[in-house]
Design a protein around this ligand. Structure first.
Ligand code: CS2
Length: 399
């Protein structure tokens, strides 16, 4: 049995990487939760097995998770497990990379600064830098998060950390493939738990997609249906600008209209028009190799969003906006004319302002900066600054 060490055991990883790996056979997974013990505690009771409740396909048992380590309890155990693994993968969400608005590792971020000072480590970046330091055996480090050039960004962040910490990493034997990951995975609910009889059940849609740069340092599972390509960028841009961009627009504009779920917001005629327009605008910015797919992809996305059984909450998508807005909206806007994308950014700004005025703290790693921006003399400009788009002020705010 070969082995993957995976950082971040949220629902998405359990519905995507683990599902694909279970289908491949011959590999198992040890999970790492960076801080919380909740997933380990829930899964340990059931031998680390859990079920996926796949829309229209029923219940599927996933039994390839062999252990869950909680890094905060025992960082050394995580470093030891890293030394053994041939593939180290991660789904730690956008904020788990601790990057600044320009996409560069923020050495002043308190968690990164603490890892640099040798207390820990406790971040993914810190673990990778310390765990890879001095290693000569080949290893593949695979980011499975929603970021443009997720592998390159992760490698650059680890390199910056290693340089600051004086650690030597043998880059020749280390690979960081880029990837595009997709499967809509709403937070679980009591009714899913009850229906499946598993308190750790993960609800997900039938659709799944994974495109990975064919750049591995050693063996990899034979993941069925995965596209291995030399350049993931066109696929990433298609998915992030069209699916995630539309999601964020529906979240901010839909919450403002009083909707709770994606399937409700997307059937509102005005929001539907706006979302279709955003997808057309985003499609127009795509590289030639995938541009032709955009209309059919947009149609398929609308059908996925309309699925009433997914019960996908808009507030789940609205969280961490400071991390998502830059590549879901700003990149599209820089690539071409995009009026609906402008509406998306305005909806995020309005969301930040209304939540702050209602005294609700945002679920966002930059929550304090957002509060400060909203209370500043020019909230629009200060909020745009946080997502690296203040130079687009006139286009966005005065349009
Ligand atoms: C969503 C994504 O929560 C969000 O921000 O846009 O998690 C989305 O469901 C996935 O990327 C789909 O693959």
């Amino acid at each position: 049995m070969e082995h993957i060490l995976h950082f971040g055991l949220g629902s998405f990883a359990r519905a995507h990487l683990l599902d694909y790996t279970a289908d491949a056979g011959g590999w198992d997974v040890t999970g790492v939760s960076l801080r919380s013990t909740a997933i380990r505690d829930g899964l340990v009771e059931q031998g680390y097995n859990y079920v996926l409740c796949v829309q229209e396909m029923g219940i599927k048992k996933i039994d390839i998770l062999r252990d869950v380590l909680v890094a905060a309890e025992d960082p050394q155990a995580v470093l030891e497990a890293m030394a053994e693994a041939k593939i180290i993968s991660a789904t730690v969400t956008e904020k788990g990379y601790h990057l600044d608005a320009k996409g560069v590792l923020d050495l002043n971020d308190p968690a990164i600064a603490s890892d640099l000072a040798g207390h820990g480590p406790r971040t993914l970046i810190g673990f990778l830098a310390y765990g890879l330091a001095g290693r000569t055996r080949p290893v593949t480090v695979m980011s499975c998060d929603n970021r443009i050039e997720n592998g390159d960004v992760l490698q650059a962040a680890v390199a910056r950390f290693a340089q600051a910490a004086g650690l030597i990493i043998h880059w020749d034997s280390t690979r960081f493939p880029n990837s595009m990951v997709d499967r809509i995975t709403p937070a679980t609910t009591d009714s899913v738990r009850k229906m499946s009889g598993d308190i750790m059940a993960v609800p997900t849609e039938a659709f799944r997609e994974w495109v990975i740069e064919d750049d591995f340092a050693g063996p990899r599972p034979d993941w069925p249906g995965v596209q291995f390509v030399t350049d993931v960028a066109p696929h990433e841009l298609r998915k992030l600008r069209m699916l995630n961009g539309a999601h964020s627009l529906l979240a901010y504009a839909g919450l403002a209209c009083g909707f709770t779920y994606v399937h409700e917001a997307v059937t509102d005629p005005d929001l539907r028009d706006l979302v279709e327009q955003l997808m057309t605008e985003a499609g127009n910015t795509l590289p030639a190799s995938v541009k032709g797919q955009a209309p059919a992809y947009a149609k398929a996305l609308i059908a996925r969003f309309e699925n009433p059984q997914l019960v996908h909450r808009l507030d789940q998508i609205a969280m961490d906006g400071s991390q998502k807005v830059p590549y879901r909206f700003v990149g599209t806007l820089r690539a071409g004319r995009a009026d609906a994308v402008v509406e998306g950014i305005k909806a995020w700004i309005a969301f930040c302002i209304s939540e702050t005025h209602a005294d609700r703290r945002l679920n966002d790693p930059k929550a304090s900066e957002i509060t400060e921006a909203v209370h500043s003399d020019n909230p629009d400009a200060a909020l745009l600054e946080l997502v690296g788009a203040v130079d687009l002020f006139e286009l966005i705010v005065e349009s």
